[in-house]
Design a protein around this ligand. Structure first.
Ligand SMILES: Nc1ncnc2c1ncn2[C@@H]1O[C@H](COP(=O)(O)OP(=O)(O)OP(=O)(O)O)[C@@H](O)[C@H]1O
Ligand SMILES: [Zn+2]
Length: 888
């Protein structure tokens, strides 16, 4: 058997590590606190869960600090099969969950209970046994030696499966004890049943039953005789009672009638009294009516109503109301008219005054307007003079133009034309003067030449003077030109006079224009002023007309005033008449109201009187008749009933009935006594029958119990035999194991410890260990040195392993041997010997040995080395695997 791989997630100091594990020897090394022990604990925890925890630790402690879930997975191989166990621990606020799955070739197994059982079966070891045999925890090396012999016996027995026999024996013993206590209980019950049976038999139940039954027969006979005698007595009493009842009925009838008689008479009296009261009341009303009517007649005397008729009075009152309304309206109208006429007269007066003063104002204004017009008229004489001057100057200018050869409109172009003509003539004059100068020059030159004899043309000496003829021609020309110039100069003078005239005409045309507009202005001004004067005069006329109208209206108003005053007086007189009529009507109406009041009262009383009459006729008198008849009827009935009732007969009947009753009660008393005795006897008989049944039940129970006790006894004997068998078998096996173990132990110790002074070990039947020195002295193993103890312990485990391999029943599994720092107490030499022991274990067939050590020799010798290191910053551990093969 070997572990092949372990995976740790958030388990203690491991965050997430997966380690492949090989067969052979694996050494783990690393600094203190690196996590070596934790790794081994991981393997152990994967297998045994909660049972693997040291005492005082709980599931949550395996979870990496700061996490809430840890998962450990272990893969292992056994008998050529692969197994995988996965444990998961999760911490919640208040609880810790634990899940586990074991995967086997036969399928998965879930949940801690079933998985733990399966692991125990596979390894044939529970957690304790695993610790005692396969896993030597740090510091646990001496466990087997320091244990007490009986503990050691238990440990070893368990390892060698002897514990099972012990358990079977105990189980059998428990069973036997149980059966024995059942048997004891049954025996106790049986004893009780037996004594009950004895007591019941002592009571002679059959004889008692016979006696009770004969007495019951006698009593039954006597009771039936009594019943025969009681029946006729009951009949007699019933008959008497019936008759008495009918007589009592009569008596009560008489009582009822007497009561009724009294009641009827009292009712009659009441009705009669009612009648008297009503008549009194009626008389009062009659008197009151008469008095009311006489008062009304007095009031009516002052009015126009003649009868004592309420309706006539009412209608006259209404008539007066209507007339008063009319008068009221008429008086208001009259009032209105009086004040209207008076107001009108006053108004006429005022209006007349106002009109007259208005007329005065208007006449004054008219006067003012006329003055204003006259002033404006005299102002007009200046502009009129100016206008005349302007008009005569205009006439002069028109005359000038009429005599000229142009018009006022054409004068400007006429002037321009004349100036142009003058310029042209002047030009011609200049031309003539130029020609004259030229001609004179050539004449002068020719004369010089002629004087010098030279040709005036070419300057050459002239003989025959070819050009002398042109000289003459030019002298003619000068004379002609002089004449022409003179003519032209006189023409220019004439033209200059014409131009002067044209210019003066043009100026006159300008002046005419401005005079024309001046004339228009003056005319407009004179026309405007004249219109104003006209308007003022017209206004004065109108004002005077209006004043005249106003004066006429004032006069009219003044004549209306006396008429209006007369009308007002007439209206005032009409109103006074209306007031008189109103007052007399009001007096009459007051008298009528008084009369109406007393007449209504009289009417009311009439109705009261009629009501009383009605009551008497319809209610009281018929009642009186009724009660009188009732009284007569009751009296005659009473007389009849009294005759019917006979007092002697009642007494006789009562005596007969009481006698029968007395005799009946005597007989019934006797019967009751008998019946109570009968009851007693019946219950006594019931009791006896019950006891007889009980007796037969108890006898059956007694038989069943003794049968059961016999059978239990047999079973107890079988149990004892089985217990003995297990005991013998265990002793036998232990003796054989102890001998074998002792032999193996000595053999191994010799191998490990040859050089020392110890002779051999002795292992007693009760697993007491003794060490013998060579000198023959005996020693307790606890007296050995620390190193010696460690080696001895390993030797003992080794021996047990060997015994297991040799096997008692087939091939036992050899779990990996796990040693956590086994070298603590060993010196150099003994460490070598430990190596030898390890080699031997391998030879024995232990597939896998995992050890933790700081010892280089041991680590170097291992086939597989695992370094465990702690990360100093996170405090978490990491694993590094080196194979010796790789190192080599
Ligand atoms: N639940 C946990 N979470 C985190 N760290 C833990 C937890 N439990 C223990 N540790 C830490 O794990 C570390 C390893 O302890 P372990 O006993 O495995 O070391 P070791 O290598 O066997 O040391 P030594 O050589 O001294 O025996 C310790 O430092 C411890 O504080
Ligand atoms: Zn450790």
């Amino acid at each position: 058997m070997q572990f092949t791989r372990i995976q740790l997630d958030s388990f203690k100091c491991f965050v997430d590590e997966s380690i492949e594990l090989q067969a052979g020897v694996t050494a783990m090394y690393g600094a203190n606190g690196a996590g070596k022990t934790s790794l081994l604990e991981g393997c152990f925890f994967a297998l045994y869960g909660a049972d693997a925890l040291p005492s005082g630790k709980n599931l949550a402690d395996v979870i990496e600090k700061g996490e809430d879930e840890a998962v450990v997975e272990l893969w292992f191989e056994h008998d050529g099969n692969q197994y995988h166990v996965r444990r998961q621990v999760r911490e919640y606020e208040t609880q810790t969950d634990h899940d586990v799955t074991l995967t086997t070739p036969d399928g998965p197994i879930e949940d801690p209970g079933p998985v733990d059982d399966a692991i125990e079966d596979l390894f044939r070891l529970d957690a304790d046994a695993f610790l005692n045999c396969a896993y030597v925890r740090q510091g646990d090396i001496n466990k087997l030696i320091t244990a007490s012999p009986s503990d050691r016996q238990d440990m070893i027995d368990q390892l060698l499966q002897l514990g099972k026999l012990d358990r079977y024996e105990n189980r059998m013993g428990t069973t036997r004890n149980g059966i024995e206590s059942v048997k004891d209980a049954k025996e106790g019950t049986l004893e009780g049943v037996r004594s009950d049976i004895d007591a019941l038999e002592d009571r002679e139940l059959e004889q008692q039953l016979e006696r009770v039954e004969s007495e019951l027969d006698e009593i039954g006979d006597e009771i039936s005789t009594l019943n025969d005698r009681i029946a006729p007595l009951e009949d007699e009493q019933r008959e008497a009672n019936e008759e008495l009842e009918s007589l009592q009925e009569l008596e009560s009838q008489i009582n009822d009638l007497e009561t009724e008689h009294r009641q009827v008479r009292s009712n009659l009296g009441e009705e009669r009294k009612k009648r008297v009261d009503l008549e009194n009341e009626r008389n009062q009303y009659v008197t009151q009516i008469a008095s009311c009517e006489s008062t009304a007649a007095d009031h009516l005397e002052e009015t126009s109503v003649e009868s004592l008729d309420l309706d006539a009075v009412k209608s006259r009152i209404e008539e007066i109301d209507r007339r008063l309304d009319q008068i009221e309206t008429a008086r208001d109208v009259a009032d209105e008219r009086v004040s209207e006429f008076r107001d009108a007269a006053e108004e006429a007066e005022t209006t007349a005054g106002e009109l007259e003063s208005d007329a005065d104002d208007l006449e004054g204004t008219a006067q003012e307007r006329r003055q204003e017009a006259d002033e404006k008229e005299s102002d007009l004489s200046d502009p009129r003079g100016t206008l005349e001057n302007v008009e005569s100057e205009l006439g002069d200018i028109e005359k000038r133009f009429a005599q000229s050869s142009t018009t006022r409109d054409a004068v400007e172009s006429y002037k321009e034309e004349k100036i142009a003509e003058l310029e042209a003539i002047r030009g011609e004059l200049e031309g003539l003067r130029g020609k004259l100068r030229t001609t004179r020059d050539s004449v002068g030159h020719a004369r010089l030449l002629l004087i010098r004899g030279r040709c005036p043309e070419c300057g050459q000496e002239v003989e025959d003077a070819p050009n002398v003829s042109s000289y003459e021609e030019d002298r003619d020309k000068v004379r002609r030109l002089k004449r022409e110039i003179q003519d032209k100069e006189s023409e220019v003078a004439a033209k200059e006079g014409t131009v002067e005239e044209a210019r003066s005409l043009a100026d006159a045309a300008g002046r005419y224009e401005s005079l024309e507009s001046r004339k228009e202005d003056l005319r407009r001004e004179i026309r405007g002023q004249s219109e104003t004067i006209e308007a003022l005069r017209e206004e004065a006329n109108e004002l005077e007309e209006e004043a005249t109208t106003k004066r006429a209206r004032a006069a009219y108003n003044r004549t209306a005033i006396p008429h209006l005053e007369a009308l007002a007086d007439r209206a005032a007189r009409a109103r006074a008449h209306l007031t008189d009529e109103m007052e007399s009507l009001e007096t009459e109406q007051r008298a009528l109201s008084e009369a109406q009041e007393v007449l209504s009262e009289a009417d009311q009383k009439h109705r009261e009187r009629d009501r009383i009459d009605e009551r008497l006729e319809e209610d009281v008198d018929p009642q009186i008749d009724h009660w009188r008849n009732e009284r007569d009827r009751v009296e005659s009935e009473l007389e009849g009933t009294r005759e019917e009732l006979d007092p002697g007969r009642i007494q006789r009947l009562e005596r007969r009935r009481d006698g029968a009753a007395q005799w009946q009660s005597v007989l019934e008393q006797r019967r009751a006594d008998l019946e109570s005795r009968q009851g007693e006897l019946r219950s006594e008989k019931g009791g006896i029958n019950e006891a007889l049944n009980e007796l037969s039940r108890k006898r059956e129970q007694r038989d069943t119990l003794s049968d059961q006790i016999d059978r239990l006894e047999t079973v107890i004997q079988q149990c004892e035999a089985a217990e003995q068998m297990y005991r013998d078998l265990r002793e036998d096996l232990r003796t054989r194991n102890v001998d074998e173990l002792e032999r193996l132990l000595n053999e191994l110790f010799d191998l490990l410890y040859q050089t020392d002074s110890y002779a051999h070990f002795e292992l007693s039947d009760s697993y007491e260990l003794t060490v013998y020195e060579k000198s023959g002295e005996a020693l307790d193993p606890t007296d050995l040195s620390g190193g010696e103890r460690a080696l001895f312990n390993l030797a003992l485990r080794c021996a047990i392993y060997q015994l297991l391999t040799e096997g008692l029943s087939g091939r036992a599994p050899l779990p990996p041997l796990i040693l956590d720092e086994p070298t603590v107490y060993l010196d150099e030499q003994h460490i070598n010997e430990l190596s030898g022991l390890i080699t031997r274990m391998r030879e024995l067939g232990v597939d896998q040995i995992i050890l933790v050590s700081h010892q280089e020799e041991l680590v170097d010798a291992a086939g597989e080395r695992i370094e465990i290191r702690q990360d100093s910053t996170t405090n978490r551990s990491h694993v590094r695997v080196e194979s010796r093969d790789l190192l080599a």
